[in-house]
Design a protein around this ligand. Structure first.
Ligand code: AMP
Length: 301
């Protein structure tokens, strides 16, 4: 295990103009770990309830995800998120959030997880992200994600998480909201002042931007004509990004750019089906093929 991922393990009920999935496997830690598993050895810390299907445990195990840190709480049901998309496929509209066993979740890290060199703090209550950080023994790279809910309700706690992170991964509307400005590059630079070495701004179907102190890089999303469900694309991106870094263990600008491309490719597969149906069943050659395609469409002279 060289990459610890903390976040929700969920059942998602999702409706898009292209179909519907009921109680499909989801959650930030799920999407992140499935994606990262092609490059690193991820382990997850999260909780599921008494309704969590054995076949989903098997799916994660098959991907080589370490589940020692996955708690099973028999007293209730698994976290359930329900949402839909209409028109703007970049914006999920939440219909319902049932926290269930996630409500009393305490992220206790198994001893063997504390020394993980790479940490992906998926979107959970910022206070819990801080508890995880307190249990870690000097990781080489901490990447954090969050969501509008915590920006609105817990901005001070979230700022503490940002201050302790090396890479902040956030989407465009969230960064504008957090920094209270309409200009993304200005907001990204403000976040960098909190201490992170890189800030990643996710632009949904429009691509992704990578800001460093004196560097800037951007990639478009792959131009797909069959997008079915964008749920989990952000976590899949982040899992691929940090998984690629964990594989190379190099943290220079080139490595970050390569990781950005890897995350972009993984997210491109995620959006082409519901849940992690596509990302759980890739061949290394599928990933290589799209990396080459991405390279081709971004090269110019
Ligand atoms: P994204 O990558 O942003 O599309 O993340 C989608 C995933 O976030 C879904 O699988 C949901 O189960 C999960 N999710 C939604 N709301 C929350 C929440 N409040 N806390 C943790 N995870 C959530």
């Amino acid at each position: 295990m060289n990459l610890l991922i903390v976040g929700s393990v969920a059942y998602d009920t999702v409706e898009t103009p292209f179909g519907k999935a009921e109680k499909a496997l989801g959650g930030t830690a799920t999407f992140g770990s499935v994606s990262a598993s092609y490059f690193a050895k991820p382990g997850i810390v999260g909780v599921v309830g008494n309704d969590f299907d054995r076949k989903h445990i098997n799916l994660l195990k098959k991907r080589g995800v370490d589940l020692e840190g996955l708690q099973v709480d028999p007293s209730g049901k698994t976290f359930h998120w329900s949402g839909y998309y209409e028109g703007d496929m970049n914006q999920a509209i939440t219909r319902d959030t049932q926290l269930n066993v996630f409500e009393s979740f305490q992220p206790t890290l198994p001893e063997s997880y504390r020394k993980a060199p790479f940490l992906f703090l998926g979107n959970i209550l910022p206070g819990l992200q801080l508890e995880v950080l307190d249990q870690m023994k000097d990781p080489e790279l901490i990447l954090c994600d969050s969501m509008n809910l915590w920006i609105e309700t817990q901005p001070k706690e979230l700022e503490k998480v940002f201050r302790r992170s090396d890479v902040i991964c956030i989407n465009d509307s969230e960064v504008r909201q957090f920094c209270n400005t309409s200009t993304i590059s200005k907001a990204a630079k403000e976040l960098l002042k909190l201490g992170a070495t890189r800030v990643i701004i996710k632009l949904g179907g429009y691509g992704v931007q990578l800001y460093g102190k004196d560097t800037f890089f951007a990639l478009p999303a792959l131009p797909l004509s069959n997008v079915k469900d964008p749920t989990g694309a952000g976590d899949t991106f982040a899992g691929g990004f940090i998984g690629r870094l964990a594989k190379s263990r190099t943290l220079n600008e080139n490595a970050f750019r390569r990781a950005l491309a890897t995350g972009t490719v993984m997210a491109s597969y995620c959006v082409q089906d519901f849940s992690c149906r596509k990302t759980a069943n890739l061949k290394p050659s599928d990933i290589e093929k799209r990396l080459t395609e991405l390279k081709q469409i971004t090269r110019w002279s």
